[in-house]
Design a protein around this ligand. Structure first.
Ligand code: SF4
Ligand code: SF4
Length: 241
């Protein structure tokens, strides 16, 4: 129904599925039927996605957004035909950019995995709404996107501080945390989408989740060392009757 529903992940998935170009049609700016103005969200997302494509070596012209009303059938036909011709001229995705299939898939997968992180760090820009077209020109720059991807934050659980309260495990949206009762929790870095929920959820008195940037994440502790030895009530107060 609304261009604003088109998520960054949908566009990247389309490219991962092998399409050579993605066209998004939205209602004219400032003519949204709702208060949400989703077409601005779509525009901001496309501007970010074009920089991501450029970063991974794909031609950003493969992604286009145009705004028009439902009554402009002729304009729609012209724009789509023109885009089709442009995409044909660009050639097959990846191949034209000198990337083999494996490399293309791995580059697309690397940015797709970071979509939640990218949406969180860019949430203000993604929601922005300017009145002048030129204000959008540099909404996202390649340098900024490269820095964003270089400075990705990883999350790690400090084995000395984790008290196995299981709060982070229950809140993680992608089940990236391995743990349980009396077990030190561990984040599976391959599954983690870097949303930061565990960092916010870990109680302050434990402060076990650490943010890591610019240095390697320590390897997970071996399974055999994850059990937390709790003191029994008798051990805690030996004189109690
Ligand atoms: S940052 Fe934490 S909560 Fe978010 S996906 Fe990674 S492990 Fe799960
Ligand atoms: S919320 Fe903190 S203390 Fe509790 S299991 Fe997670 S990392 Fe450990």
């Amino acid at each position: 129904m609304c261009a604003g529903r088109i998520d960054l992940a949908f566009v990247l998935r389309a490219f991962s599925n092998g399409v050579d170009g993605v066209f998004i049609g939205g209602c004219r700016l400032n003519e949204c039927n709702y208060i949400t103005h989703g077409n601005y969200h779509a525009l901001n997302m496309v501007l970010l996605c074009r920089k991501l494509l450029e970063h991974i070596g794909l031609n950003p012209e493969r992604l286009r957004i145009e705004f028009m009303s439902g009554a402009e059938g002729i304009l729609y036909t012209e724009v789509v035909n023109e885009f089709g011709r442009q995409v044909k001229a660009l050639g097959p995705l990846g191949q034209s950019e000198g990337l083999d299939r494996g490399e293309l898939a791995s580059r697309l997968a690397s940015v797709t995995k970071l979509v939640p992180y990218l949406k969180i760090v860019n949430r203000e820009k993604l929601a922005s709404r300017f009145s002048r077209e030129e204000d959008y020109k540099d909404l996202f720059t390649l340098e900024e996107v490269e820095r964003m991807l270089r400075d990705v934050i990883s999350y790690h659980i400090d084995q000395e501080k984790c008290r196995a309260c299981m709060i982070c495990l229950r809140k993680c949206p992608v089940e990236a945390i391995d743990g349980g009762k009396n077990r030190i929790h561990v984040i599976d870095q391959a599954t983690c989408i870097k949303c930061g929920t565990c960092f916010d959820a870990c109680p302050e008195r434990f402060g076990a989740v650490r943010k890591i940037c610019g240095e390697p994440v320590p390897p997970p502790i071996p399974e055999a060392q994850r059990t937390i030895a709790r003191k029994s009530k008798a051990e805690k107060s030996p004189t109690a009757v």
